[in-house]
Design a protein. Structure first.
Length: 205
C-alpha cells in the first residue's frame, strides 16, 4: 500500500478506539470531512432524514429535532493482537479492502461502506464462547453533531469514560459506556460514505 493511501487512511479514514488513545497524525492528503461532501445518493433514508449506517441489518440513525440524522455510520470495532490477519479475514468475508496502519485498520467494502474496524490490542485474549473469556468488541458511532449526540447519549443513560479536549473541534471522539457498561465511541469529522467510496475507487487505480 502506498504512503499516500496510508496517510489518507490515518487521518481521513479516522476511526479511533477506546484502547488506542494516541494523538493521530495529520496529512494534507486526507479525505473530505463529513460536512464537505453531500450524503451519498445510494442512501435510501436521505429524504426522510434517516441515514443508514452502511452495515447490513443495522439500526437507522438518531434523529435530531430538526429532522437531520446525527449518525453517519455505525462501525463495529474488533480487538486483535494481529491486526493485519484480522483485517484481511473480514475484508475477505465482505469483499473489500483494508486501509490503515499497524495500530488501527478500517475494512471497507467495494461500495464504500465502512462496517468494521480492527484495533491493535497486544494483550488480546481470544473469547471462549459461550463461556470463558468475555467478548472484546465495541461500536463507533460517526455523527454530524457531536454536542447533540453527547446530550442524547447522556439522557439515555450513558456514562462518559473519556472526554475529548474540545467537543467543538473539527474532528475528535469521546468514549462512553452504555447502561450495561459496554464501551462505545461517538466520533465526528469523519468523511461521508460518498467520500470514502471515491477514496477507495481512486486508490484501486
Amino acid at each position: 500500500m502506498s504512503e499516500a493511501v496510508l496517510s489518507a487512511a490515518r487521518r481521513g479514514v479516522r476511526c479511533r478506539s477506546v484502547l488506542n488513545t494516541s494523538t493521530p497524525g495529520s496529512d494534507s492528503s486526507s479525505l473530505p470531512h463529513a460536512d464537505e461532501r453531500p450524503v451519498s445518493a445510494r442512501d435510501p433514508g436521505q429524504d426522510s432524514g434517516v441515514q443508514s449506517s452502511g452495515m447490513p441489518g443495522s439500526l437507522p440513525g438518531i434523529i435530531t429535532k430538526g429532522g437531520r440524522s446525527m449518525i453517519l455510520r455505525q462501525v463495529t470495532v474488533l480487538d486483535a493482537a494481529d491486526v493485519e490477519a484480522e483485517s484481511a479475514f473480514w475484508a475477505g468475508m465482505i469483499g473489500g479492502g483494508v486501509f490503515g496502519d499497524d495500530q488501527f485498520q478500517c475494512v471497507i467494502d467495494e461500495a464504500g461502506n465502512w462496517p468494521i474496524g480492527v484495533q491493535h490490542a497486544p494483550a488480546h485474549v481470544q473469547p471462549q464462547w459461550p463461556e470463558g473469556a468475555p467478548q472484546q468488541v465495541h461500536i463507533d458511532l460517526h455523527v454530524t453533531d457531536a454536542a447533540q449526540a453527547h446530550e442524547q447519549a447522556m439522557r439515555l443513560g450513558a456514562r462518559l469514560l473519556q472526554a475529548a479536549p474540545d467537543l467543538g473541534s473539527e474532528e475528535g471522539h469521546q468514549v462512553y459506556a452504555d447502561p450495561a457498561g459496554h464501551p462505545f465511541c461517538i466520533g465526528w469529522g469523519h468523511p461521508s460514505q460518498e467520500a470514502i467510496a471515491a477514496f477507495v475507487a481512486q486508490s484501486s487505480h
